[in-house]
Design a protein around this ligand. Structure first.
Ligand SMILES: NC(=O)c1ccc[n+]([C@@H]2O[C@H](COP(=O)([O-])OP(=O)(O)OC[C@H]3O[C@@H](n4cnc5c(N)ncnc54)[C@H](O)[C@@H]3O)[C@@H](O)[C@H]2O)c1
Length: 265
């Protein structure tokens, strides 16, 4: 997609972090925005901010893991803006605990949002995207889509699932007007750790502190993602940590996982 100017762009998880930064970067390019989140006050804040700078924005309170809401969402957006050109499946959550220690409800909660919610988005928006002369789907995976992290088994499963699903979709849609980009961020400063389900409050505070200290700012990450859309890239790796992890996992598929285990212990 050469330009996002006047395109109708849907962003899930737009009330915070990467989604919020994407909304700002895409609004600055003159796109029309449909912002989606479960956090109503966060949605209102970003919608008001962008409206004040002259952008056309609608906000939609929806839970991506709720099939009925996701089925109704595209027609509500078409009613507001007339068409849909870009879908960014960004909403995501994390569970930080050993698999054996957290509940099956935590596992289901995460998979329902990170994987099933993203699949709902693709399924229910695709008929509308196919009507656009130039459309794009952006799916948020992670560097944990390349390798698996102890204490993040469900998150790693969901993000590897996003990569597998998105790359198949990219191939299936190659002869249509819909392109697909999978995004693999490393550590980005956002609220994802603060709002994650972690059993150990001290570990959560420490991880959040490290993310704040070493993470890439969200506006920088958003700019890289938007440029990948403009260049129709199959995938984009965001951050030095994600680039290094992808390289090491590709060159040393077994030893790298062993190293992660050694480091973790
Ligand atoms: N921050 C990182 O280091 C990092 C790294 C790799 C991948 N990611 C991925 O980037 C995406 C954005 O995360 P972030 O880091 O900006 O986190 P964030 O917590 O700052 O933002 C996530 C947003 O998703 C929304 N959300 C959560 N559950 C939802 C639901 N059921 N329906 C609708 N909206 C929902 C939240 O309200 C929030 O506004 C996620 O998919 C995350 O897994 C983040």
């Amino acid at each position: 997609m050469k330009t996002l100017h006047q395109k109708v762009v849907v962003i899930t998880g737009a009330a915070s972090g990467i989604g919020q930064a994407l909304a700002r970067a895409i609004a600055a390019r003159g796109a029309v925005l449909a912002l989606v989140d479960i956090d109503e006050s966060g949605l209102q804040a970003i919608s008001e901010e962008l409206s004040k700078t002259g952008s056309t924005v609608s906000s939609h309170r929806a839970d991506v893991s709720d099939r009925a809401s996701m089925e109704q969402l595209p027609s509500a957006i078409v009613t507001a803006h007339g068409s849909i050109d870009v879908l960014i499946n960004n909403a995501g959550v994390s569970v930080g605990a050993m698999f054996d220690d957290h509940s099956i409800e935590d596992a289901e909660w995460l998979l329902d949002i990170n994987l099933k919610g993203l699949i709902y988005g693709c399924k229910f928006f695709l008929p509308y995207l196919k009507q656009s002369p130039e459309a794009h789907i952006v799916n948020l995976s992670s560097m944990f889509g390349f390798f698996s992290m102890p204490g993040q088994a469900m998150y790693s499963a969901s993000k590897a699932g996003v990569r597998g699903f998105s790359e198949a979709l990219w191939t299936e849609l190659a002869s249509t007007t819909v392109r697909v980009t999978t995004v693999h961020p490393g550590t980005i400063r956002s609220n994802v750790i603060r709002t994650s389900r972690m059993l150990d409050a001290d570990a959560q505070a420490k991880a959040s502190e490290l993310q704040e200290k070493y993470g890439m700012p969200t506006d920088k990450a958003a700019e890289k993602i938007v440029r990948a859309v403009e260049r129709k890239k199959l995938r984009v790796i965001v951050g030095a940590d994600a680039h290094i992890a992808e390289f090491l996992k590709r060159i040393f598929p077994v030893s790298f996982q062993r190293f992660i285990g050694f480091f973790f212990r």
